[in-house]
Design a protein around this ligand. Structure first.
Ligand code: TZP
Ligand code: MG
Length: 219
């Protein structure tokens, strides 16, 4: 049950922080994305001019309130303290962040735990410590994450989907409307995007286009 719920939430997973909003109002982008049909939102506040302290707390609460309005899960990247402070729906960690098993202990069994992975060994480890889903990527080159590791392509999505059929998988990295279909066809439960929505001229329209494409391929 939980697996199915998570797979559905991964369909169109929007990842954003204020540094990704360019000249637009970040909260307006989040709301536009929600109106356009995103199914999960991750606050990933990273990079130059990233908010900290009370400013971050305030922004996170506003994002959370919007997500609640649209009944979309609200996930925090990396910052377990923040996730616990505001009672977020989950936490997402990378390989260089706090160890996933320690995160699971701190957040308890109910909150979702997502782990960024790049190969079968990392997926196996994530599964063994009780991750609810894995992020796989970068599928394509991306300029959004400066320290991104080597691109893995859709081949890795196929491989992981075959080896771990029950594990919810979301693909990330350089994904656009044009490449979304092949990623879903490779076996991902959904796509995670930053710039395809945050840097779009019309984020609501961009999210809606992605949403229609994904939902047409998944029943
Ligand atoms: N992790 C791997 S690639 C990436 C993250 C957070 C950035 C994805 O951003 P974009 O703009 O969708 O390529
Ligand atoms: Mg991280």
């Amino acid at each position: 049950m939980r697996n199915m719920e998570i797979k559905k939430a991964l369909r169109l997973y929007f990842v954003m922080g204020t540094p990704n909003s360019g000249s637009q109002d970040p909260l307006a982008i989040v709301e536009a994305a929600l109106r356009g049909g995103i199914t999960c939102f991750q606050l990933r506040e990273k990079g130059s001019n990233a908010l900290e302290g009370d400013a971050l707390l305030g922004f996170a609460k506003k994002c959370q309130a919007l997500c609640r309005l649209y009944r979309v899960p609200f996930i925090i990247n990396d910052d377990v303290d923040l996730a616990l402070a505001i009672n977020a729906d989950g936490v997402h960690v990378g390989q260089d962040d706090e160890q996933a098993d320690s995160v699971r202990q701190r957040i308890g069994p109910d909150k979702w735990l997502g782990v960024s992975t790049h190969n079968a060994q990392e997926v196996q480890l994530a599964q063994s410590i009780g991750a609810d889903y894995v992020g796989l990527g970068p599928i394509y080159p991306t300029s959004t994450k400066l320290d991104a590791s080597a691109v893995v392509g859709t081949t890795l999505v196929k491989e992981i989907h075959t080896a771990f059929p029950d594990m919810p998988i979301v693909a990330i990295g350089g994904i656009t409307l044009a490449t979304t279909g092949s990623i879903i066809q490779a076996g991902a439960d959904g796509v995670a995007v930053v710039s395809a929505i945050a840097s779009a001229k019309d984020p609501q329209y961009a999210a809606n286009d992605l949403s229609k494409t994904i939902h047409s391929l998944l029943e």
